[in-house]
Design a protein around this ligand. Structure first.
Ligand code: PBG
Length: 330
């Protein structure tokens, strides 16, 4: 056989770790990771979350335990979720000045000024019925919910949030928040919109963790149908027009095609949320001895950036930071 005409040999660039990392097309860095943190009412609580092996839930007085680890790992960005003791029809603890997230923000701002504090803005953890807004009969009333979402975002920013991230999927909520923040002088606070959020069974472990499962029905009346692609572009375009600064796609793993579409069609930074079910599946498979946890988690994280996202929300953020240092990903 004559191989003299085989000029292209892709293997030349795979010869050793140095050349492989030199020609790498996708880079993953700590600065692009966001770590979700669950804060609940109560005192002296630091408890494992059963549905999310390796994740903790804490009261505000123990938040330092969690943030210390985050800071030590070299992760700079956190997303705060609140779990109140008291829930009611209109989710009033979501926008209470002394609500759990508001207190967590004041603590974190004072003690961890080096961290960038993002908050999830939604009602589902705060309503007695577990839906993402106020009800009219059995439906979530979009326009009655908007002022409450805007009020919640404002209260977070007043308590020290650096950025707000609405996840409720009401129509018009980015504009409602932008106007409320601007009216109160917070014109520089960015909004990361959960612009493309599918109604997904991958949120199961989170709802267990946050006690936010709807008490009846589902979220299909406001979150997106997982069969749809063009609708994702429509949702993203709307949020751009309403003043979003960052567009998020959620979940990540089963929606990498959508991450690519959003990244190609818009000039805003794109974030992807690798949700609780994605994390739980890797954990469970690793525990069963079926896969190498670190290797699979690194591969899954890189896929999100390869698909075009520049920001990744993940429960693996602290471990990924370590794996970046160890050269397993990066
Ligand atoms: C609140 C919210 C949810 C998640 C993020 N924000 C739950 C939901 O929409 O039911 C899911 C995050 C995860 O699964 O990791 N609306």
């Amino acid at each position: 056989m004559d191989f003299s005409q085989m000029l292209e040999r892709p293997r030349r660039l795979r010869g050793n770790p140095l050349i492989r990392s030199m020609v790498r097309e996708t880079r993953v860095s700590k600065s692009s990771l966001i770590y979700p943190v669950f804060v609940r009412d109560g005192k002296n609580i630091l408890e494992p979350i059963p549905s999310l092996d390796g994740q903790m839930r804490c009261s505000v007085d123990r938040l330092g335990d969690i943030l210390e680890d985050v800071a030590k790992a070299g992760v700079k960005n956190v997303m705060l979720f609140g779990i109140p003791d008291h829930k009611d029809e209109v989710g009033s603890q979501a926008y209470a000045e002394d609500g759990v997230v508001q207190r967590a923000l004041r603590f974190a701002k004072e003690h961890y000024p080096e961290l960038y504090l993002i908050t999830d803005v939604c009602m589902c953890e705060y309503t007695s019925h577990g839906h993402c807004g106020v009800l009219c009969g059995h439906e979530v009333d979009n326009d009655k919910t908007l002022p409450l979402i805007a009020k919640t975002a404002l209260s977070h920013v007043q308590a020290g949030a650096d950025m707000v991230a609405p996840s409720d999927m009401m129509d018009g909520r980015v504009l409602a928040i932008r106007q409320e923040l601007d009216k109160n002088g917070f014109t520089s606070t960015p909004i990361m919109s959960y612009a493309v959020k599918y109604s997904s069974a991958f949120y199961g472990p989170f709802r267990e963790a946050a006690g936010s499962a709807p008490s009846f029905g589902d979220r299909k009346g406001y979150q997106m149908d997982f069969h749809n692609r063009k609708e994702a572009l429509k949702e993203a375009a709307l949020d751009v027009r309403e003043g979003a600064d960052i567009l998020m796609v959620k979940p990540a793993m089963s929606y990498l095609d959508i991450v690519r579409e959003v990244a190609d069609n818009f000039d805003l930074p794109v974030a992807a949320y690798s949700v609780s079910g994605e994390y739980a599946m890797i954990k469970a498979a690793a525990k069963a001895g079926l896969i190498d946890e670190a290797a699979v988690a690194c591969e899954a994280a890189a896929s999100v950036f390869r698909a075009g996202a520049g920001i990744l929300l993940t429960y693996y953020a602290k471990e990924l930071a370590k794996w970046i240092d160890e050269g397993r990903i990066g």
